[in-house]
Design a protein around this ligand. Structure first.
Ligand code: ATP
Ligand code: ATP
Ligand code: MG
Ligand code: MG
Ligand code: MG
Ligand code: MG
Ligand code: MG
Length: 264
């Protein structure tokens, strides 16, 4: 196409590229989900439908972007790990970050009714921000995911205790959120476990793993049927399928002998 005299403005563009030969983590996080979860009647402390919806959105992102080798999600956030030698969008940061945020948001909206049901209408458009961070070593990457899973645990223990206090059916009038906050201020995780067990007969360790550990997505190579010959033979081809698990990713097992083996 012929160039116009205006074309020079393109040269003002500045492209930040993500340092080569480093692991890149892109984290998306829901904008204002404290309010969004209230306005859409999310069950507290954990709405299982919403977690499954976020997992589906992450699966969509991984299906579209093959360079993502691992994803980890909890609450309103998801982290995506790009393979170290990825050349996605020539490693241009803005392209990568904006595309992943946009893809995640689209899949979240497109699958809303499938996961949230007809009764929970989407009242306003959710949005997600995203950032990219480069990590030079495998140890840094493991520490990053440990940080997010520890965050999941800490928040979930707090929220579970908080909502047990606020929703306590034996209290009339119910405890206010301010009162519950005051009780939990400065408590250790041991004393939260004790409140849950003694007052509510809840053994924290038996709560669903998706709440306590979050969700891990990874790829596994599998033979899948692709077509059938005229003779009726099924032709299979090896494909990488995205799997989900709710497992510990802080200890060595996942990375050394489990499903994370070979990722780093
Ligand atoms: P920001 O825009 O700064 O991220 P935010 O309101 O989204 O603000 P976060 O720290 O990201 O704040 O917290 C997410 C909020 O969304 C939490 O308060 C949590 O209670 C709520 N939330 C997210 N997912 C769920 C879920 N599956 N079930 C119940 N609540 C959820
Ligand atoms: P990239 O991912 O690099 O942006 P692209 O395929 O999106 O690649 P663009 O330069 O952004 O390339 O061009 C957008 C393309 O979308 C054009 O080729 C144009 O034909 C098509 N397109 C966009 N909007 C319309 C529209 N309203 N009607 C028809 N075609 C459209
Ligand atoms: Mg945020
Ligand atoms: Mg948020
Ligand atoms: Mg968040
Ligand atoms: Mg385009
Ligand atoms: Mg264009």
């Amino acid at each position: 196409m012929a160039k116009s005299k205006y074309e020079y403005v393109k040269h003002f563009e500045q492209h930040q590229t993500l340092l080569r030969n480093t692991y890149v983590v892109i984290r998306v996080d829901g904008h204002g989900f404290h309010r969004f979860s209230q306005e859409h009647n999310f069950e507290k402390p954990n709405d299982l439908r919403a977690l499954h919806l976020a997992n589906e959105a992450a699966k969509g992102v991984m299906t579209d972007i093959q360079d993502i080798v691992l994803a980890y999600g909890e609450s309103d956030e998801y982290s995506f790990l790009l393979r170290r030698d990825s050349t996605l969008f020539k490693r241009r940061e803005a392209k990568i970050v904006s595309t992943i945020a946009s893809l995640f948001t689209s899949y979240y909206v497109v699958n809303w009714f499938k996961f949230m049901g007809d009764s929970t209408l989407l009242r306003y458009p959710p949005s997600f921000d995203a950032r990219a961070v480069c990590y030079p070593t495998a140890e840094n990457v493991r520490d990053y995911f440990s940080w997010r899973q520890a965050d999941c645990h800490i928040n979930n223990l707090y929220n579970t205790t908080f909502w047990a206090l606020v929703q306590d059916p034996t209290k009339n009038p119910p405890m206010t959120t301010t009162q519950a906050q005051a009780i939990l201020k400065d408590t250790t995780s041991a004393s939260k476990n004790e409140i849950l067990f003694k007052q509510f007969n809840i053994n924290y360790n038996t709560l669903p793993e998706i709440f306590r550990k979050g969700s891990v997505l990874f790829r596994r190579k599998m033979m899948v049927p692709v077509k059938e010959t005229e003779q009726g033979n099924v032709i299979e081809r090896e494909k990488s399928i995205v799997h989900i698990a709710h497992v510990d990713i802080i200890a060595d097992e996942f990375w050394l002998t489990g499903d994370g083996k070979g990722i780093l």
